[in-house]
Design a protein around this ligand. Structure first.
Ligand code: URA
Length: 266
């Protein structure tokens, strides 16, 4: 049984319901003074206030490490060869206990690229990212935006192999796996990247500031805008922050709209 959009928003813990004002190009946002967990209900007939332009791109603070041995090996691969390389990879100790490497899933010509941390037990078994409880929440978050995995959306991870016991990937593992992620991004050419949680931020932006301090800002990777939000597994443990994640997704869509049609007043 598929859920209605309202049911998905309730499922995400976002209630009262947010109303998209005018199809794809208008986005309901909370008034600035509203508490973060309270979403504003906007009558559909209400006048649409202009949304301010997104703040300028903020440069990533840490330089990309150079010269990792995988870098040169993968940066000319096409998608099928990249998939083969990932599935045969033995570049770090994570390969020893994995059932399989998990490259990612979705549209190979995506608008959206969501990047999580790494496969868990379910993902290791099924070979697809975000198939457990956190994945269900991610799917609901996507559905609330009227998008879905495979339809203009690609979902991947910072590391492709399951860390034993679902521990956090170590810095060396992130660095080793990063060329695969970089090659995925180069081939997918998404219009926006959404980083799910601190590990994805650490991997791509090489930034280890708190997630709270990075939310609501527009970063950039290789000319592609990057937005940060909480990891769905964190949201399952911290239900009130779901509303903040919803704000982040609306912000991401506003950034995407600016990229797609910069002249329109979103
Ligand atoms: N958490 C992640 O970060 N990625 C997955 O694929 C599953 C859970």
């Amino acid at each position: 049984m598929s859920l209605s959009r309202e049911q998905m928003l309730v499922e995400m813990g976002i209630s009262p319901i947010w109303i998209l004002r005018d199809g794809e190009q208008s986005i309901a946002e909370p008034v600035a003074t509203a508490p973060a967990h309270v979403a504003e209900v906007i009558p559909e007939a209400a006048p649409i206030p202009a949304i301010q332009p997104v703040s300028p791109v903020i440069a990533t603070p840490i330089a990309v490490p150079q010269g990792h041995f995988l870098q040169g090996a993968v940066d000319a691969l096409d998608w099928p060869k990249l998939a083969q390389a990932v599935s045969a990879c033995r570049a770090c100790p994570l390969c020893q206990q994995r059932k399989q490497a998990v490259l990612g899933v979705g549209d190979l010509n995506p608008d959206w690229l969501f990047i999580g941390e790494g496969p868990g037990a379910d993902e290791d078994a099924q070979g697809e990212p975000f198939v457990g409880q956190a994945g269900k929440l991610l799917d609901n978050m996507l559905a609330a935006l009227d998008i879905s995995r495979g339809n203009k959306v690609y979902i991947g991870n910072a590391v492709k192999c399951r860390p034993p016991g679902n521990r956090t990937p170590e810095a060396m593992e992130l660095t080793t796996c990063r060329p695969y992620l970089e090659r995925q991004i180069a081939l997918l050419k998404p219009k926006i990247i959404v980083l799910l949680g601190k590990v994805a931020v650490h991997s791509l932006l090489l930034d280890d500031k708190s997630l709270a301090s990075l939310r609501g800002k527009r970063f950039e990777y290789g000319g592609i805008p990057v937005v940060v939000t909480y990891h769905p597994a964190y949201l399952l443990r911290n239900l009130p922050d779901k509303a903040k994640a919803w704000e982040d997704l609306l912000f991401a869509r506003r950034v995407l709209n600016e990229v797609v049609a910069p002249e329109l007043p979103f």
